[in-house]
Each structure stands twice: as C-alpha cells, then as structure tokens.
Design a protein around this ligand. Structure first.
Ligand code: SF4
Ligand code: MG
Length: 331
C-alpha cells in the first residue's frame, strides 16, 4: 500500500509545525499495460500526489511501486534515469510547463539532451517528426510558446513528453485548462497516440465527462484513499460507493451552456472535505455520507472486490455490516 505523508514545516497560517499531511495514505492500485485508468476526486484528495509517486517524481513515505514487476521505489539515481525515459507526465498548464525563453525545438529536444543525445540534425529531425505527430507544423520548431494557443501549447507539451518514446504517461488535468472544443481535440490526439505508440495512461481529472470518454477503468479517490475502482461502465452506471454516487449525480448534462455553468455544476457533495491533516477515524467519508452507520465512525472499510473487477471501500456492501434498510444499495 502506497503512502505519501508530508511533514509540514512551521510558518503556515493554519498548520502547526511537525503536523503530518496524509496526501496519499495506503493506496493499492494496478494499472494494466495499454489501458487508460481515469483517476477522479475533489481537489486535495491526493490524485496528483499519487500520479507523481507512481513515476517517482516524489518519493513514497511507505509502500512500493512496481513497474514491469520490478520494484522501482528504492532505485539509485543512475537507474532512475533510464526509468525516466519510460514514464512521463503531462501537466495541466501547458504555458506554465513550457520555458517561455526556449524555442519549441529546444523545449521538445530537452528530454533527449538530458538523456545524452546530441542536439544535432538527427535530433532536430526527431523533433520535427514529433511535432507532426501531435498535429503541429514543422515550422513550429523555431517559434516560442507565447506564439501558440492553449491547445497548441498542450500539443507541444505532449510532443515533449513523448519524444523519448515512453510507455507510461501521467496526464495530470492535461485538458482541464482548455476550452471544451479544444479539450476534445487533445483527448482524441491522446487516444490516437495511445494506439500508435502502445501507451498506458493514468488520466487524472476532476471532469467526469472527459474521464468517461477516455478511460477503460476509473478509480475514485477520497482523502488519500481509493474508495472505488471498476471498469468505466460500472462506475458510471452502477457506482457502489456513496461518494462516487454523489460525484456521478453531480455530472451536468452533456453540453451545458458554458464554462461557468459547468464549473457550478461540477461538484455537489454535501459538506466540506475534511482536512488531510486531521483525518476522520473509521470511514473517511462518514462526516458527509448520508448512509453512515455506527460502524463507519470507528472501522475503516477495506477496498474489497464485490463484483468482477469492481472494488469499493464501504461497509454498506459488506454482508456483515449491511443493514436491511439499505438493501437498495446491493441492487
Ligand atoms: Fe458511508 Fe459508511 Fe460506506 Fe463510509 S463505509 S461510505 S460512511 S456507508
Ligand atoms: Mg491536482
């Protein structure tokens, strides 16, 4: 079970020195080669931290990450280097992620150079091919990030992430900052690239309609834990966890008026998410759950498989705890 606990220093307004922030707290997750696993949950639930743990951008406090069956958690820097080629991340803000003073060619080439390639004609050729692959003209190579639209900048970010021919990509809110029509283009591009290059994605997003479109399976996180994981159809059509049900119920109609409407409709789960500094005992969702039982306040529900490939962490589904009054939940 993978965990990331941050020990906070002093100085923060609301934080006491030495407090522990349990950003990711005991996650067991398997990502299949070639699949897209969607990862959803409110901001602050630990999605991004989990994504960074998996590719070792940050170190785990506890637990292991296996890649191709090999434990990569304690790898020395030299070995980590070759692993870096295989795992990449695409960020939300393509502008913030690109150095404004570097030409696109240098931005895309940089990972190659870091990994020992010479910035020669062959490397430039490779960059040009990558730009074409992501739908940009070759001439884009000599221009600068500010000369491009948000969608084009995200294409540059994707070209950079793919130039080393990785196998596993964490897409962290990769389309969240883009307009809806551009989102669709980038999602389609990611899917095309997945087919062509045999990529595996962890697709982190808070927008459940985008996740539904791109994912094979979906994992739902709440306060540092995975509370439900299942094939996409099961998550959207037969969610088991009360939190997942609330998230799905809050998904707006397919084509709402505008961004403001989408934002407003995005999440309507009653109450505030508790702080990861001060986690509730028992089930972490019990402070907001309409179905909370006595057991929920003291016993943490394990993530358990209740149908083939469909696991959830909720006492309601456990015959030992399930009350007669909530039989509808089993249906
Ligand atoms: Fe709600 Fe209890 Fe299930 Fe937690 S374990 S989601 S509190 S019913
Ligand atoms: Mg995030």
């Amino acid at each position: 079970a993978l965990s990331k606990h941050f020990t906070l220093g002093g100085g923060g307004l609301f934080r006491r020195p030495g407090e522990t922030l349990r950003a990711v707290d005991g996650v067991d997750l398997r990502i299949m080669e070639g699949e897209t696993l969607g990862l959803v949950g409110e901001s602050g639930c630990g999605k991004s931290t989990l994504g960074r743990l998996l590719i070792r951008l940050i170190e785990a406090s506890d637990g292991q990450v296996l890649f191709d069956g090999a434990d990569i958690t304690g790898l020395p820097p030299a070995k980590l280097r070759s692993l870096r080629r295989a795992m990449q991340i695409i960020f939300q803000d393509p502008y913030g992620a690109l150095n404004p003073r570097m030409a696109v060619e240098d931005i895309v080439m940089e990972p190659m150079v870091i990994h020992g390639a010479k910035p020669d004609a062959a490397a430039r050729q490779r960059v040009a091919a990558m730009l074409e692959l992501v739908g940009l003209p070759r001439q884009a190579a000599l221009r600068f990030p500010h000369e491009f639209s948000g969608g084009q900048r995200q294409r540059i970010g994707i070209a950079r992430a793919l130039v080393l021919r990785p196998r596993f990509i964490v897409c962290d809110e990769a389309v969240s900052a883009l307009d809806v029509s551009v989102q669709a283009q980038i999602v389609n591009l990611l899917q095309d690239l997945q087919r062509e290059m045999g990529l595996t994605y962890l697709f982190i997003a808070h927008d459940l309609s985008v996740v539904r479109h791109i994912s094979d399976r979906v994992a739902v996180m709440y306060l540092g834990r995975v509370v439900e994981i299942a094939p996409k159809a099961a998550i959207y059509d037969a969610p088991m966890h009360p939190y997942t049900r609330a998230l799905i119920a809050a998904v707006p109609a397919p084509h709402p008026a505008g961004r403001a409407a989408r934002r407003a409709a995005r999440l309507r789960v009653e109450g505030e998410m508790p702080s990861a500094l001060n986690l509730p005992p028992g089930c972490r969702f019990h402070t907001r759950c309409p179905h909370a039982m006595a057991v929920c306040r003291s016993v943490s529900p394990p993530l358990r498989e209740y149908a083939p490939g469909h696991s959830t962490a909720c006492h309601l589904h456990d015959p030992q705890h399930r009350p007669a009054a909530t039989e509808e939940f089993a249906a």
